[in-house]
Structures are given as C-alpha cells and as structure tokens.
Ligand binder design. Structure first.
Ligand code: ADP
Length: 176
C-alpha cells in the first residue's frame, strides 16, 4: 500500500526520488508550478523536454493525461515527471483525464524505480479544477494505484489546498 503524506510548501524543495510537474502540452515551461520547477531546476530540464518533443509521438505535444520523465537538474529530486492535467470544464466530465495524470505519473515512477514521489494539486491553478473535487480524485486514484512507489507526498502550495486535501484524506481513510 502506498503511504500518502501531505506537506504545506513548495514542491521544488522536496527531497524525493521524483517530483511531478503540472505541465502544459508544449513542455516548454509556463507559469505556476511549471515555472517554479524550470526556474529552480535550471536549463537541463528544458533541454530534455525539447528532446522529448522531437520524438514522433510527441510532435504535437504531450497529450492530456499522459506523463514523461526528465532529469530534475539542480533540484534535490532525481527526476521530474511531467504530466498534463485537463482544463476544468463545467460542460464535460474530465475526471478520468485527471485520474490518468496520477496513474500515468506513478507508472513512469515505477519504470524509473522511484520509491518516493511528490505531486502538486494538478489542474487546480490556471486550469481551474475545484480543489475538493481535485483532492478526491487525486487521493482516490493514488490509493487504488498498483505501484511499487511507497510514499506519495502531496505538496500543497496554499493553505486552502492543504486544508482541503487534509480534510478529504481524513474523511476517506480506508480504516475509518
Ligand atoms: P495547472 O495548470 O495544472 O492548474 P498550476 O501550476 O497553475 O497548474 O497550479 C497547480 C497547483 O500547483 C495550484 O494549486 C498551485 O497553487 C500549485 N503550485 C504553484 N506553485 C507551486 C509550487 N512551487 N509547489 C507546489 N505547488 C505549487
């Protein structure tokens, strides 16, 4: 079983095997957590992202719900796993795509041999996913994941995000 832990803080400071980036399909960096990771990790991350984009399957970008790994550059982690969350929509249920980000990131983590993985609250920033729903999907998907990762650390940047994840985690603990 994966142990789930919560931290209120900055994902770029986490000493874990892999940190997950809430990237956009271009993999060329952006704002939010993506910007912070590239800024603190240095140019090696972008170089590898460019190499990934040269591969035939990623010519148009990284599809939503998929994940790829690069070096973590100067960050204290070993790898960055980039995944693209769905933009929240009121008209269409995109929950499966958000769940897929967590599943695919953990699949890539297994391929790398990562045992400790830190996630941000994917899609809850610029992509506007409501926190409570995002927290439920994140926690539920990680709990059900068939993975050799033994710690998943959710790193929540805002107090609101931390409180929401803490409440959902407590409410949904399998042992009650
Ligand atoms: P998305 O486009 O997937 O919504 P964002 O980066 O805009 O991605 O936001 C995702 C979440 O990451 C938000 O909850 C935001 O507050 C949070 N965030 C921003 N910077 C950091 C950071 N340095 N460490 C952890 N989480 C962060």
């Amino acid at each position: 079983m994966v142990e789930i832990t919560l931290v209120h803080g900055d994902i770029t400071e986490q000493r874990v095997d892999a940190i997950v980036n809430a990237a956009n399909p271009s993999l060329m960096g952006g704002g939010g957590v993506d910007g912070a990771i590239h800024r603190r990790g240095g140019p090696a991350i972008l170089e590898e992202c460019k190499e990934i984009r040269r591969r035939e399957e990623y010519r148009e970008g990284l599809p939503t719900g998929q994940a790829v790994a690069t070096t973590a550059g100067e960050l204290p982690a070993r790898w960055v796993i980039h995944t693209v969350g769905p933009v929240y929509s009121e008209r269409e249920d995109r929950s499966d795509l958000l769940a897929s980000c967590y599943r695919e990131a953990l699949r890539v983590a297994d391929e790398l041999g990562a045992r400790t993985v830190a996630f941000p609250a994917i899609s809850t920033g610029v992509y506007r996913w409501p926190l409570e729903s995002a927290a439920r999907i994140a926690i539920d998907t990680v709990r059900r994941a068939d993975t050799r990762v033994h710690e998943v650390r959710f790193v929540l940047f805002g107090q609101d995000a931390y409180d929401t994840f803490a409440r959902v985690l407590a409410e949904t603990r399998p042992d009650g």
